[in-house]
Design a protein around this ligand. Structure first.
Ligand code: PEP
Ligand code: MG
Length: 743
C-alpha cells in the first residue's frame, strides 16, 4: 500500500481530476480517462466496461483495443476475465491472461496480443457498476501499488458514473439514477399509487472525491472519528444495566476504536482521497467481503457499515431526511418496524420495502391504512433517490421507478379502473351482507388507531371486530398513562357511534417490540414471551389497561378480548384480572359498563381441541388466523421463504376452521375470524361456506368481500369444498376458482 507522498495513486488521481475538470461530454470524457490511465500506468490498453443490466457488461471506452468494439463487445458476469472481476468483486491480476483459466477470446477487440491483465471492479457500496482494466504486451504482474492505484481510480469512476458524468451514447452510459427501473416484489397490500420517493434512510452522496491537501483531510477524518467514538461511548452509558444491549454496543465500540480501520482510511487519504471518499472506499470493500462472510462475520461487518454511515453523515453534513413529507410521498426503505411506520402517519401514498414480510405488523399497518405496499423489491434502496417519481402497483407487487410516459399512462388507466371498482363498492356500502342463498354475514373492520375510525362509516363495516391496542403503545417513547388511554378508548367508542368495538388487550412481543421495554433476547420470539404471556407476568400494565377500558366505557357496553390464549387457564386468569378490576372500580364508586363481554382470541391450534369449558366460559371467540396459520403449518408469518408455501385454503386448515366452528356451535359461542385472510374475497367466501358468520378485516376489503358474498351461494361453495376435500385435493382453491369462473 502506498504511503509515500507522491504515490502512483496520487499522481493518477491528480491527472484524473484534471481530465474531469476539462469540458467534455460523456463518451469523450470516458475516452480521455482511459487514455490518461494507460499513459500514466504505461500500459498499452485501458478499458472501461459498465453494466448494461444486472448480468451484462458492455465495453464502453477503450484505449488500445479496437475502437469498433466499443458498445459492441458484451459479456456476462462471470464470463471471461472481465466477467470474473465483476463476479468476484475483486481484482484479477495476471501476467499471462490467455493462459489463465476463464480467459475468453473476443476477436473484435484484438486483445489476444496482450499478455498481462489487471482488472478491478467499479463498485459503490456493494453495487456493481462495471470493471476497469489495464493490459500490456509485456508479461508482468502488476505491483500492489499499481493495483491499489487502479482501485482508487475505479472508485472515483463509480462516484462519477453515479453523478451522471458519463452520460452519452450507449444505454450503459446513462447514469444509474436517471434510468427507469422496474422492481418485481411481493404484494403486501393491493392498490395503486403514483407518487414521489421518500427514502427512509437516504444514502449519502459523496461529491468531493479527490483532495490535494492530505493534512486537512486527515484532520477532518480524525475529528469525525473522535466525535463518533464519543457518541458510541454515550450509547454504552445509556445502555448500562442492560447486559444484552451492552454486549451488542461493546462489539460496535470495538470497531469504532479499531486502529486498522483508521489506518486503512488514513492510507486512502494519503493516496489522494478526501476523508469521505476514504470512508466510502473502506465501506465498499467491507460490503464486498460481507457477501461471502459467515453469519457472525456478516453481523460484525454490518456494524462497520453502520459506523461508516455515521461517519459519512458527519463528514458530509447529510442526515436522515426529517421535516415534512413531500406531497404524494411513497416511502422506500430496506425494512421498517410498525412503530417507525406509524410515525410517518397515513399521509403516505404507498410503501415499497426491499425486505419486509406480508405477515409483519408493519404490513398490517400499511393494510390498515389501505395504502399499496410492495415487499421484497430487491435493490430499490440503492437505485431510488428521494424525489424520484414512482408508481406502486400493490396488486402485482411491482414498483416502477422513474417511469417513462408509456408506463405512466398505462398505470393511470389502471388507477381509473380501480376508482371505478371503488364506486361499485360504494354503491353496496349500505346493503346488508346476505349471500345469494340467504345467509347473513356480519362484516366488521380491524383498527388500531384513532385515525382508522372514519373508515367505519366509509367502508360500511358494522363495527370494529378487532381493535389492536398495542399500536398506541408502539408509537410512543414511553408507556402511555392510564388517563391518556382511557381518553383515547372513550374517543374510539364515541367515534364508533354505538357500533360495537372489540378491544384486544396489549399484544406485544414477537415483531412488536416496545421501544421503551427491555427487549428479551429469545431464540424464537414468535413462540416466546408475547401477548397474554406478558400480560399475565406484567400485571401492572395489564391492570392499568383494563382500568382504562372500564373507565372509557363509562356506563356503555364494553367488549374485551385477550390475545394468544393457548390454554384454558390463561383465559380464566386474564378474565379473573378483569373481573377484579370491575370489582375495584365498583368499590371506588365509578360507573361500570352497561354490559361486559369477555372473549378469547384463538391463535394456537391447541385451543381448537381445548376442553368444552373454554367454549362455555368465553363470551365469544375470535380466530386470529395470522398466528393460527403460522403455528398450524409451522411456517413463520414473517418469513417470505416459507410463508407462502401453505395455502389458507389447504384442506387441513379448512378442517381446523370447521372444527372450531363446530366446537363453538356446540356451546352456542359466537365466533368470528379477524386475521388478514378474512379480507381476501375468495378466502372470506370459503370461511363463510365453512360456517363462519362474522369476519373482521381491514376496511378497504369490506367492499370486495361483500361484493363476492352477495353474489355467492354458500351451500354450493360448501359442496365444491366437500367434493375437493373428498377427492383428496391438497387445496380447494382450484376447485373454488373454477366454480367462481362458471358464475
Ligand atoms: C392474528 O394473529 O390473526 C391477529 C389478528 O393478531 P395479530 O395479527 O395482531 O397478531
Ligand atoms: Mg395474532
Amino acid at each position: 500500500m502506498p504511503t509515500t507522498k507522491d504515490s502512483e495513486s496520487r499522481k493518477l488521481l491528480r491527472r484524473l481530476q484534471a481530465v474531469m475538470a476539462e469540458s467534455a461530454e460523456g463518451q469523450e470524457r470516458l475516452d480521455r480517462i482511459v487514455r490518461m490511465v494507460a499513459e500514466s500506468m504505461t500500459t498499452e490498453v485501458c478499458s472501461v466496461y459498465l453494466h448494461r443490466d444486472e448480468t451484462t457488461l458492455e465495453l464502453c471506452a477503450t484505449h488500445g483495443l479496437n475502437a469498433t468494439a466499443v458498445h459492441v463487445t458484451r459479456m456476462r458476469v462471470g464470463e471471461g476475465l472481465v466477467g470474473r472481476v465483476a463476479r468476484l468483486r475483486a481484482p484479477v491480476n495476471t501476467a499471462d491472461a490467455p493462459g489463465t483459466p476463464g480467459f475468453r477470446y473476443m476477436p473484435e477487440t484484438g486483445e489476444e496480443v496482450f499478455s498481462s491483465f489487471l482488472g478491478v471492479p467499479v463498485q459503490r457500496l456493494g453495487e456493481r457498476l462495471g470493471v476497469l482494466v489495464v493490459q500490456s504486451r509485456e508479461a508482468r504482474e502488476f505491483s500492489d501499488d499499481e493495483v491499489y492505484a487502479l482501485e482508487v481510480v475505479a472508485m472515483v469512476l463509480a462516484e462519477m458514473a453515479e453523478l451522471g458524468a458519463f452520460v452519452g451514447e450507449g444505454e450503459a452510459l446513462r447514469p444509474r439514477h436517471q434510468q427507469q427501473a422496474l422492481f418485481r416484489g411481493v404484494s403486501g397490500q393491493e392498490g395503486a399509487a403514483e407518487g414521489i420517493v421518500h427514502l427512509h434512510d437516504p444514502r449519502v452522496v459523496v461529491t468531493r472525491m479527490v483532495s490535494d491537501d492530505p493534512e486537512s483531510e486527515l484532520a477532518r477524518l480524525r475529528n469525525a472519528i473522535d466525535a463518533l467514538r464519543v457518541s458510541v461511548d454515550q450509547m454504552l452509558t445509556d445502555a448500562s444495566g442492560d447486559s444484552a444491549q451492552e454486549e451488542v454496543i461493546e462489539a460496535f465500540r470495538m470497531f469504532a476504536y479499531s486502529r486498522s480501520w483508521l489506518r486503512r482510511m488514513e492510507e486512502d487519504i494519503d493516496a489522494g482521497l478526501t476523508a469521505e471518499a476514504a470512508v466510502e472506499k473502506e465501506q465498499t470493500a467491507a460490503r464486498a467481503r460481507m457477501r461471502n462472510a459467515d453469519p457472525y462475520l456478516r453481523d460484525r461487518l454490518a456494524d462497520l457499515d453502520d459506523l461508516s454511515n455515521r461517519l459519512l453523515r458527519m463528514l458530509t453534513g447529510q442526515g436522515r431526511e426529517g421535516g415534512a413529507l413531500p406531497d404524494g410521498a411513497v416511502l422506500v426503505a430496506r425494512n421498517i418496524g410498525p412503530g417507525e411506520l406509524l410515525e410517518y402517519g397515513r399521509s403516505l401514498k404507498g410503501v415499497v420495502l426491499e425486505e419486509g414480510a406480508v405477515g409483519s405488523h408493519a404490513a398490517i399497518v400499511a393494510r390498515a391504512w389501505a395504502i399499496p405496499l410492495v415487499l421484497q423489491a430487491r435493490g430499490i434502496t440503492t437505485e431510488a433517490l428521494s424525489g424520484d417519481p414512482i408508481l406502486v402497483d400493490g396488486d402485482q407487487g411491482i414498483a416502477h421507478l422513474r417511469p417513462d410516459d408509456m408506463v405512466r399512462s398505462a398505470f393511470q388507466e389502471k388507477l381509473a379502473m380501480a376508482a371505478q371498482a371503488q364506486r361499485r363498492y360504494a354503491s353496496i356500502r349500505d346493503t346488508d351482507c346476505v349471500s345469494a342463498d340467504g345467509h347473513r354475514i356480519e362484516l366488521m373492520m380491524n383498527a388500531g388507531l384513532m385515525a382508522d375510525l372514519p373508515s367505519l362509516a366509509g367502508s360500511g363495516a358494522e363495527g370494529v371486530g378487532l381493535f389492536r391496542t398495542e399500536l398506541q403503545f408502539l408509537t410512543r417513547n414511553q408507556i402511555p398513562k392510564r388517563g391518556e388511554l382511557a381518553t383515547l378508548y372513550a374517543r374510539v367508542m364515541d367515534a364508533a357511534g354505538g357500533k360495537p368495538v372489540t378491544f384486544r388487550t396489549l399484544d406485544i412481543g414477537s415483531d412488536k417490540v416496545l421501544p421503551y421495554m427491555k427487549a428479551e433476547d429469545e431464540p424464537n420470539p414468535a413462540l416466546g414471551w408475547r401477548a397474554i404471556r406478558v400480560g399475565l407476568d406484567k400485571r401492572g400494565i395489564m391492570r392499568m389497561q383494563l382500568q382504562a377500558l372500564l373507565r372509557a366505557a363509562d356506563g356503555r357496553p364494553l367488549t374485551v378480548m385477550f390475545p394468544f390464549i393457548a390454554q384454558l387457564e390463561e383465559f380464566l386468569a386474564a378474565r379473573g384480572h378483569l373481573l377484579r378490576e370491575v370489582h375495584r372500580e365498583k368499590s371506588l364508586g365509578h360507573t361500570l359498563p352497561e354490559t361486559l363481554r369477555v372473549g378469547a382470541m384463538l391463535e394456537t391450534p391447541s385451543m381448537a381441541f381445548s376442553p368444552r369449558r373454554f367454549f362455555e366460559e368465553a363470551d365469544f371467540i375470535s380466530i386470529g388466523g395470522n398466528d393460527l396459520k403460522q403455528f398450524f403449518f409451522a411456517a413463520d408469518r414473517e418469513n417470505e421463504r416459507v410463508r407462502r408455501r401453505y395455502d389458507t385454503l389447504n384442506v387441513s386448515f379448512l378442517s381446523l376452521i370447521e372444527q372450531i366452528v363446530n366446537r363453538c356451535a356446540e356451546t352456542d359461542t359466537p365466533v368470528s375470524f379477524c386475521g388478514e385472510d378474512a379480507g381476501r374475497p375468495v378466502e372470506a367466501l370459503c370461511f363463510a361456506a365453512m360456517g363462519l358468520r362474522c369476519l373482521s378485516m381491514r376496511p378497504a376489503s369490506i367492499g370486495p368481500v361483500k361484493h363476492i358474498l352477495l353474489r355467492s351461494n354458500l351451500a354450493e361453495v360448501r359442496q365444491v369444498i366437500e367434493d375437493a376435500r373428498e377427492s383428496g385435493e391438497q387445496t380447494v382453491r382450484p376447485a373454488v376458482m373454477a366454480y367462481l369462473r362458471t358464475r
